[in-house]
Write a protein that binds this ligand. Sequence first.
Ligand SMILES: [Zn+2]
Length: 243
Amino acid sequence: MVQQALITPEWRCAKGIELRLSSRLFGRSAGQYASLNLGLHVDDVPETVQQNRARVARELPAQPLWLDQVHGDHVVEVGAPTFSHKSLQPPVADASFTRQVGVVLAIMVADCLPIVLASCDGKEIAVVHAGWRGLANGILERVVDKFNSTELQAWLGPAIGPCHYEVDHKVRDAFQNDQGFLKGRDSQHWMLDLCEQARSQLLVQGVSSVTASGICTACDDRFYSHREMSPTGRFGIFLWKTN
Ligand SMILES: [Zn+2]
């Protein structure tokens, strides 16, 4: 039996929505990138990364729509898959949204918080790359604005946890509120809980149904952590509609 490279996270979402998560396992990359690195921008061998991407795509209904993620606040809306995503340059964006069946939305991360949003009627879905910059820049508000439905639910994936994520004034000052900023080693430092900050922002946007994976990427060896090891690879989350 061939082992599945992708994990199906626990998330009680609407029928017809599928979510998968990759890890470091079952790939071909070596050294600090071992082994299922999906990032082409981190100086790993490009041919090997393409083999890893192909391994993942075999367990998906279509090629995932990769993004050129830049810690910005742009959300790309994806229409019908009338062209091969593979032949295109990935859109420069940190979130993608679709109402189309069969479009596989994807986000790559290694410490930043991957967020999944879906309407409770299962008609609209989105994925978000939410590092501190994205959250501070209001990317969640922009994503929620794309939805017609006001009944949404969210899933927060593996990200660096408050046990490992020390930030200073530069980060603290970028935020309007202190949600998720825990006491640090002195008055100039905080331990940031990205999930708590995201939760509070989602609540303001009217999204109260939020499930978190509870995984810290620095604590859990199954996932890449940029802060634990640099350079390193990227794992991915994948979201699509089946009807
Ligand atoms: Zn940790």
